[in-house]
Design a protein around this ligand. Structure first.
Ligand code: SER
Length: 348
């Protein structure tokens, strides 16, 4: 046993723990109860998550915070969820680059360093996004319906550029980092899922451009009017949050030799904004939903594919969503969202 492993506690590190995916992933990992969970977020944790983890409130760019983490913990897996989403990143592109790229680079370095200390690969799970794609116009989007991982990697947002570059960095750290060093250097195990728009019944995203879908649903459940910021015919793929968490965990658990690549699309259903409105109205008949497109945000969504091809994930690690569109709305989103706001009312 190495000196480091006798002194430090083994742990899984989750960044962006207060965000939507973090919130759902921590609950799943804590329910499994197999590992110590250590989290980092610039924000405090929501009450329901706090007892489940050891939390470090701080900035990922703070190298002293990262140094402190590795003196206390032997980090075996990193779920790096922290990011500024696409709309927010357009408003503050330099800050987005710092968080999304420099933050990721710092963690990749940490993972590489820990890999060498432990002499076994730290697993680095990275959620990327449909935003890495950039279709030039609506005709092309109509023509290329189900985009594969290597197609149309021409993002039109800072967030998409950041995610695409970090995917490449992950591949570099897995295959080539310290390639000129003497002898062989053990490398990290970087794995990435590209998410479509995510919809959760428990949380709302903040600062994304696919947010119109969850916002429409949550507004209806709260009895508030909602003006959708894209046209009725704008279509992108979506995934319900439980499936997003499942995808992350399935990819993490897949034997390394079954993976033919490090980047995988995952998706479930593709809907236009009108189809989402219709489903929300079906569940909440009194909902007031209008369409007031914001031309600039809409143009971002127009550049994302109408659907993605996730067959590589299906073949390599058996991915298949549990929540198709009907089940997502009828068995998860609508009932869970009703419970969620009823609980909130009861607490007032
Ligand atoms: N949900 C993200 C965003 O809107 C896209 O992956 O920025």
């Amino acid at each position: 046993m190495s000196l480091s492993s006798t002194m430090r506690k083994r742990a899984i590190l989750i960044t962006g723990a207060s965000g939507e995916v973090g919130h759902a992933l921590i609950q799943r990992l804590a329910a499994e109860g197999t590992s110590r969970l250590v989290t980092v977020d610039i924000r405090p944790l929501p009450d329901e998550i706090r007892p489940l983890v050891t939390h470090f409130e701080g900035d990922l760019l703070n190298t002293r915070l990262l140094a402190r983490l590795v003196t206390e913990y032997e980090i075996e897996v990193i779920y790096h969820l922290a990011a500024l989403l696409s709309t927010r990143a357009e408003i503050a592109p330099e800050a987005a680059h710092q968080v999304n790229v420099e933050g990721t680079l710092g963690l990749l370095m940490l993972a590489a360093d820990q890999t060498q200390w432990m002499n076994r690969p730290v697993q680095f799970i990275f959620p990327s996004s449909i935003a890495v794609y950039g279709l030039p116009d609506k005709e092309t989007k109509l023509h290329f319906q189900r985009v594969r991982e290597f197609e149309w990697n021409q993002p039109r947002t800072m967030y998409g550029c950041n995610k695409l570059y970090c995917e490449m960095l992950g591949g570099y750290f897995t295959r080539y980092y310290r390639q000129l060093a003497a002898g062989s250097v053990p490398t990290i195990d970087f794995r990435c899922v590209r998410f479509p728009g995510l919809i959760s019944a428990d949380t709302l995203p903040s600062g994304g451009t696919s947010d119109y879908a969850p916002e429409m649903l949550h507004a209806a459940a709260r009895g508030e009017p909602y003006a959708c910021f894209v046209r009725e015919d704008v279509r992108i793929p979506f995934l319900a949050m439980p499936d997003a968490v499942r995808a992350i965990l399935m990819l993490s658990q897949a034997p390394r030799e079954t993976l033919t690549r490090s980047i995988y699309n995952v998706t479930s259903f593709s809907l236009s904004a009108r189809q989402i409105r219709d489903r929300v109205l079906h569940a909440f008949p009194g909902a007031e939903i209008s369409f007031e497109p914001d031309i600039k945000r809409e143009a971002i969504v127009d550049s994302w594919p109408a659907d993605v091809d996730d067959s590589a994930a299906r073949i390599d690690w058996g991915w298949s969503p549990e929540y198709g569109v009907d089940r997502a709305f009828d068995e998860y989103l609508v009932p869970a969202i009703r419970r969620h706001y009823r609980r909130d009312e009861a607490q007032v």
